[in-house]
Design a protein around this ligand. Structure first.
Ligand SMILES: *Cc1c(COP(=O)(O)O)cnc(C)c1O
Length: 495
């Protein structure tokens, strides 16, 4: 019986080419009424083509089954830390698909797309208000692209003032990996700041590192430890006093919405990932939007375009897309990922001001609920309340039972739950970074907690179960580096 079940399960996972039955066809074509033409010479013809020979029914089942192997937020709980895999309301997709948004072209004269540009202008205004900043460009097409824009602006700002020796950027070791990558792409030398015992930026190290060659500091807030840096005001003060630009990585603004404004804390520039903080189905590399939002001194350098509004004497409003006076230029061919902008705008509009503040409340409560229920089962490297995500460690499980964070993550797949982010942040050994998001119910969180507790038990009594997990997927343990760098994307006869 078990072998029969195992074989049937194997059958369901066969590739399309391996389902071929010679001579089987998927469609019957009616007889052609076009006169037959002679075939080209024999050496131009191939005798065998690798087409699958299957029926229409086979094809439909194959692709439907394949689609069910995808893991998505619409299927199951997806607590992938730092990525904010929250529920994306379908109404936002519907609005982004309306012809007035989806069927316009970026080269159309502005007069014919006033509504679209007005939406961009209003979205800029909302982001400026939410962050306590002064100006915004929606051009960057991802969080990392927003960082790139921001640090190019920081460079332009210093060079513009003839301050040419500022080539160092300080980055705490709890920052997202894109921060040092961005700084070095912009030509800066990166200096890593350690975190102190509470997970905040080490102020002594910061004071020691600032000087007249300081271009600025990039800080992820909340940090990738899921913590709000309680030294932040002092950090900002020290950097600004040394003449540096303070960059805030606000990818995970969902923890701060309606409560903390980086502009009011003295930040010069930040980005927000609209696809995480607001809405947009994302993952697998896109699409997203990472608007860059700035205080007074970086306004002239914003990337192009910036949506502007003018009002004539008769009170008629006109919207245009303009280039700021000292712009760093364009981030891409046109105006950013417009569809993602429409979704974020629609999401904010449905929630309203109070609803937006509830995002951070619920995101933070949900993460702290998980923290409180799992801290007796997994190590908690920083035992203090967290923000929108909580970072545990499987250090003890590994030492005492030989079970790693990877084993725990893989076992979650057997329970129908997407693994959390693992081995990141790098400063936590055997890290498991869990972000429940604000859109999950208490029932879902309770079920996840029960599963995580059960896995911790399994680690003690049946570790082999975890080493071999997942048990019911077409592939179990991949060589993940090779799978990412040299993926097989099509069928070949010799494989
Ligand atoms: C996701 C994330 C980024 C990068 O955003 P992308 O849109 O993937 O480029 C940067 N910083 C933090 C803190 C993030 O969570």
């Amino acid at each position: 019986m078990t072998t029969l079940l195992a074989r049937l399960s194997q059958d369901r996972r066969r590739l399309l080419m391996d389902r071929t039955v010679p001579g089987r066809v998927g469609a019957t074509l009616s007889k052609s009424d076009v006169p037959e033409q002679p075939l080209p010479s024999q050496d131009l013809l191939r005798s065998s083509l690798d087409f699958p020979e299957v029926s229409e029914n086979d094809i439909v089942r194959y692709f439907s089954q394949l689609s069910q192997l995808n893991f998505s937020i619409d299927h199951n709980f997806y607590p992938l830390g730092s990525c904010t895999m929250k529920y994306n309301p379908k109404i936002d997709d519907e609005i982004a698909g309306m012809p007035g948004f989806a069927e316009i072209h970026p080269l159309q004269p502005a007069a014919t797309v006033q509504g679209a540009i007005r939406l961009m202008w209003e979205l800029q205004q909302r982001l400026v208000e939410i962050t306590g900043m002064k100006g915004c460009s929606l051009a960057p097409m991802a969080g990392a692209d927003g960082e790139f824009a921001g640090m190019l602006m920081a460079r332009a700002y210093h060079l513009d003032r003839g301050d040419t020796k500022r080539d160092k950027v300080l980055i705490p070791d709890s920052a997202h990996g894109t921060n040092p990558a961005t700084a070095s792409m912009c030509g800066f030398e990166v200096i890593t700041l350690p975190s102190d015992a509470d997970g905040n930026t080490d102020l002594e190290a910061l004071r020691f590192s600032v000087g007249d060659d300081l271009a600025g500091l990039m800080i992820t807030l909340p940090s990738t430890l899921g913590l709000f840096d309680s030294n932040i005001l002092e950090v900002v003060r020290i950097v600004r006093e040394a003449g540096g630009i303070v960059y805030g990585d606000g990818a995970n603004l969902n923890a701060l919405l309606g409560r903390v404004k980086l502009g009011e804390l003295g930040f010069d520039v930040m980005h927000s990932n609209l696809h995480k903080t607001f809405t947009q189905p994302h993952g697998g590399g896109g699409p997203g939007a990472g608007p860059v939002i700035v205080g007074e001194r970086l306004m002239p350098y914003l990337p192009t375009p910036v949506a502007c509004r003018t009002e004539d004497s008769g009170g008629v409003e006109t919207y245009s897309l303009d280039a700021p006076p000292k712009t760093i230029g364009r981030m891409g061919a046109f105006h950013g990922n417009f569809g993602a902008l429409v979704r974020a705008y629609a999401y904010m509009s449905t929630l309203g001001k109070d609803g937006i503040a509830n995002i951070s409340r619920d995101a933070v409560i949900n993460a702290n609920y998980i923290l409180s229920q799992l801290k007796d089962h997994y190590d908690l490297p920083y035992d203090r309340s967290c923000m929108h995500e909580v970072v545990f460690s499987a250090r003890s499980l590994r030492r005492e039972h030989g079970v790693s964070a990877l084993d725990v993550a893989k076992r979650l797949i057997d329970y129908g739950i997407h693994p959390p982010t693992m081995y990141f942040p790098l400063i936590v050994e055997e890290a498991l970074m869990i972000e429940p998001t604000e859109t999950e119910s208490k029932e879902t969180l309770d079920s996840f907690i029960e599963v995580m507790q059960a896995i911790a038990e399994e680690a003690r009594y049946e570790p082999a179960l975890l080493h071999e997990a997942p048990h019911d997927t077409p592939n179990t343990r991949l060589d993940e580096a090779t799978a990412a760098r040299r993926p097989y994307l099509r069928w070949r006869r010799d494989q």
